[in-house]
Ligand binder design. Structure first.
Ligand code: BGC
Length: 739
């Protein structure tokens, strides 16, 4: 969002409003709260989320608590104009509080209600990591649009999404919320999500303000441990982590959330280089920046601020506009302005940004939510459900399919094993706080609906440790008479998302034992993975003939998995994140800088003694039920761009879709550049035997990189261009450019 998003009249109106405000009222516009005593639980919102994600309360209970909350909402503070925003999912409470703000406060400035609507609201879509594997920007936008429609109907006009953290370490639990490891794909994702949430047609009641988060580098936390420290060069920051933020800002994002972590020693919350110099000045971001939950307060724990007052001072000076849950601005800002420690212009700038977002959302004209509208999506509409199915199908990635075991024939008898197959709520994944278990289709239910013969046994789940003998008995009973075993294994929802890092990303619990028992029956075994991060599947890849990565796909998961298993729909997903062979390879990502001794079989190279150098499944990998080949790579200069083409052919027996990927390598540069960087992609549909010439235009302006001063450089020299169906299956050519 830029100031220009408002009309001159609106800008003048905001200025006039600002001129009437007291210092307390101004500080009040920078104060956000989340329920602290909710529905009888004397816990913070974060703790409540934790109780939900670690399974202490079910999604149903969570939803109930959120919608029947009875806490004291600081009504006197609202009346005094000292609260700006709440995290809230309850239209009746929202209207009640809004009435106080609009009708009883001196200036009648409306409250802004925000919530984490991360991958759908009631209609829960695939987790972001899964959806990104669709490489489908129209889908990214459409699913955000549906989420905005459903959330805004219940008064939520601000979502803390999209999460655009480039994530390269599969140990980090929040990789599930991210668009994966590539800055180009993440930028496409960011842009589409901002458009989807905020709409492209100006103010409507169905728009919600988006929030690019977490600004920035959160995906690079050391050791993949959540909230940990981040050290990286400025060139890496600009080349690898900032592109999705820049794209989201250019698409008009109204808000940005500062990350919990420090970058090179300075917590993002108080990082003036990031918030002011880069975000607001260089990118021209005109919306407001909110802290992450209690992050201002945490600056004291970081050891960067003496106390809450000091943290408040540092935050406002750095360009942090709204305080989520620390009460730092609430307690200290007005006094700091009065004492001259904080210039009034700084406060005014922050408040103006907040007022402009509220204006852009139309909150001043239309502050309430109609209860009739709030009930509109309680039964999920068919078009939302259809989109959820499409998204789920397109997010599935076929990792391995030896002997074309998949698709299964509809006449075969399936032994379905694994507790995850029959736990409807597990399809939701992390951060689906408004989803309802009753809307979810489990894999078992999805398969049974098709009429195919299924014998089911839970045998074991990710967190169980049943007796091995009992597991064997259960599995053999289900497998008796079956033609094929479909083993559903993976992670529970609580094993990914926030505060859910893992130091060992192999299949948890006794699930490998389950696979061993399945193989011991001598029947064909297909593994269906349900998980929120890349897993280390070296053993599984060696032993299991077919592996289908199904992630956590949202409310239609079971239908989508059944359609793909039975061949009604071919898998088309391509990985947006590398799958390491073993956990010790983390972080493992395709676009790494080259070493002077790239890993090989010889000893003195960049390698491990006890693990391969290469990942198991690379970025961009994903099979389908037919085969594609590329030939005839052509690269030609055409003015300010390169024209690149290949001939793609469907050499298999079924129609299919291939996602062709364009990669670049700058062979000689003044900084070590990645061995490959994604620069474009396109989908091609081909019938068996069909072929097509597929073209890419690569603007020369996109062939540069940022140096350590954050300056963009286009350096002449040789460039390797590659095109193919994965980052490791490409045709290569090269070209010399002078620019
Ligand atoms: C998370 C954010 C989230 C916020 C509000 C924090 O713990 O890091 O991503 O938006 O809570 O729920």
């Amino acid at each position: 969002m830029s100031r220009q998003s408002l009309t001159p009249q609106q800008q003048a109106w905001v200025d006039a409003l600002l001129a009437q405000m007291t210092v307390e009222e101004k500080a009040g516009q920078l104060h956000q709260l989340s329920p602290s005593i909710v529905g009888g639980f004397d816990v913070s919102f974060e703790e409540l989320i934790e109780m939900f994600t670690d399974g202490r309360i079910s999604p149903a209970e969570f939803g109930k608590i959120m919608s029947t909350s009875t806490r004291d909402y600081h009504e006197d503070d609202i009346r005094a104009g000292r609260v700006s925003s709440y995290l809230l999912d309850d239209p009746e409470t929202a209207n009640r509080l809004q009435k106080i703000a609009v009708e009883e406060s001196r200036l009648g400035i409306p409250l802004l209600f925000g919530l984490d609507v991360i991958h759908g609201y009631r209609t829960v879509f695939p987790i972001p990591l899964a959806e990104t594997c669709s490489w489908d920007t129209e889908l990214f936008e459409a699913s955000a649009r549906v989420a905005a429609r459903e959330a805004s109907a219940r008064g939520v006009r601000w979502t803390f999404a999209p999460m655009v953290d480039v994530a390269r370490d599969a140990r980090w639990g929040r990789i599930s919320e991210s668009p994966g490891e590539d800055p180009y794909l993440a930028a496409e994702y960011a842009r589409a999500k901002v458009w989807g949430f905020q709409g492209r047609d100006g103010v409507t009641q169905e728009n919600v303000a988006s929030c690019l988060k977490h600004f920035v580098g959160y995906g690079a936390v050391e050791g993949g441990r959540d909230y940990n420290t981040v050290s990286m060069s400025r060139s890496m920051l600009h080349n690898g982590y900032l592109p999705p933020v820049k794209a989201g800002v250019e698409a008009g994002a109204m808000t940005v959330m500062a990350a919990f972590n420090d970058v090179n020693g300075v917590p993002c919350t108080v990082n003036g280089y990031l918030l002011r110099d880069i975000l607001k000045e260089r990118y021209g971001f005109g919306g407001f920046v909110v802290s992450d939950a209690t992050a201002i307060r945490e600056c004291v724990t970081h050891g960067i601020a003496a106390d809450l007052a000091d943290a408040s001072l540092q935050s406002i000076r750095a360009g942090l506009d709204m305080d989520m849950n620390s009460c730092a601005y609430h307690n200290h800002l007005a006094e700091q302005v009065r004492s001259g420690a904080v210039p009034m212009e700084l406060l005014d700038d922050a408040v103006r940004r907040v007022l402009e977002v509220k204006t852009a959302l139309g909150l001043f004209e239309d502050p309430y939510v109609s209860l009739e509208r709030a009930a509109r999506y309680e039964t999920l509409p068919q078009d939302h459900l259809d989109l959820a199915l499409e998204a789920a199908e397109k997010s599935i990635v076929l990792l391995k399919n030896q002997g074309e075991l998949l698709p299964l024939s509809k006449s075969c008898k399936i032994a379905l094993v694994g507790a995850l197959a029959d736990q409807p709520a597990e399809v939701l994944g992390a951060w689906a706080i408004s989803g309802r278990e009753s809307d979810c289709v489990s894999i078992r239910a999805g398969l049974e609906k098709t009429g195919v013969q299924v014998a089911y046994a839970p045998v074991c789940g990710p967190a169980d440790a049943p007796d091995s003998e009992q597991m064997r008995r259960e599995l053999e009973a289900a497998a008796a008479g079956a033609d094929v075993i479909v083993a559903v294994v993976g992670e529970s929802t609580a094993m990914s998302g926030e505060a859910a890092s893992r130091s060992d990303i192999t299949l948890p619990g006794k699930q490998r034992k389950l696979l061993e028992l399945a193989l011991a029956t001598g029947k064909s075994v297909a593994a269906v993975l349900v998980n929120g991060r890349p897993l280390a599947l070296q053993w599984e890849d060696e032993h299991i003939p077919a592996i289908l990565e199904c992630w956590q796909l949202g409310v239609r998961m079971g239908d989508a998995v059944a359609a793909v298993l039975l061949g009604e729909c071919a898998p088309t997903g391509k990985l947006c994140c590398t799958f390491p062979a073993v956990t010790g390879q983390c972080p493992s990502y395709y676009n790494h800088p080259n070493t002077g001794r790239p890993g090989s079989k010889s000893k003195f190279t960049s390698r491990y003694l006890d693990a391969p150098v290469k990942p198991l499944y690379p970025f961009g990998h994903g099979l389908t039920y037919t085969k594609f080949q590329c030939r005839d790579l052509q690269i030609a200069e055409n003015g300010d761009a390169l024209e690149i083409s290949v001939v793609a052919a469907n050499t298999g027996k079924r129609p299919g879709v291939e996602t062709l990927q364009l990669y670049l390598r700058d062979v000689t540069a003044s900084l070590v550049r990645p061995v490959q960087e994604l620069k474009g992609f396109c989908k091609v549909f081909l019938d068996p035997g069909g072929e097509k010439t597929v073209g890419f235009t690569l603007p020369k302006a996109d062939m540069g990189f940022y140096d350590d001063g954050g300056n963009y450089r286009l350096e002449p020299g040789e460039f390797v261009i590659s095109v193919g169906g994965s980052s490791e299956d490409v045709l290569k050519g090269s070209i010399w450019l002078k620019f």
